[in-house]
Design a protein around this ligand. Sequence first.
Ligand SMILES: Cc1cc2nc3c(=O)[nH]c(=O)nc-3n(C[C@H](O)[C@H](O)[C@H](O)COP(=O)(O)O)c2cc1C
Length: 168
Amino acid sequence: MHTFQPYPIELYEANPFTLIADQWYTITAEKDGKVNTMTASWGTLGSLWGKYVAVVYVRESRLTHEFLDACEYFSITNYEKGNRSALKYLGSVSGRDEDKIAGARFHVNYDSGVPFIDEGNFSLICKKIARTEIKPDQFVDPNIESDWYKDGDYHTMYVGEIIKALAR
Ligand SMILES: Cc1cc2nc3c(=O)[nH]c(=O)nc-3n(C[C@H](O)[C@H](O)[C@H](O)COP(=O)(O)O)c2cc1C
């Protein structure tokens, strides 16, 4: 396992747009002793309810959705360039069908019992503080429904309070 240091989140200087949309990240959660992770390119980092938060958007069909519903804490992990094919794999295969973490040659590390992916260079340990199901009647722009939800597989927003940042 690699060594990670707690990192003061106030010093974090990444560009959230390129970090999330272009570089992607993984969302990791545990249910009944099993850990699952998936790639994501939608997400929000910011400030809400007096806390620093990470918001992840996960479709109902994902195994990770089930795991996020079950867990109290989850993590998100960023990677150096060079992990693109592993991230594509983790974003195209379901943990229902394969042991994806082993398949990607990744490993699970833990901080205070919360799983995160050891091969990342930066992880945020998050406490789930809110869960909101996105519904069609919430859209102001009608294109959102037709562009993204023709199959009815809506996202749920999970708001995580950032408890700790870990840098490798
Ligand atoms: C680049 C990329 C970004 C993705 N972003 C998201 C996302 O933000 N939300 C989501 O629900 N699925 C997203 N996916 C799809 C999931 O990662 C994919 O369905 C995955 O296989 C789900 O795994 P699971 O069933 O083990 O949870 C993305 C996939 C890729 C390749």
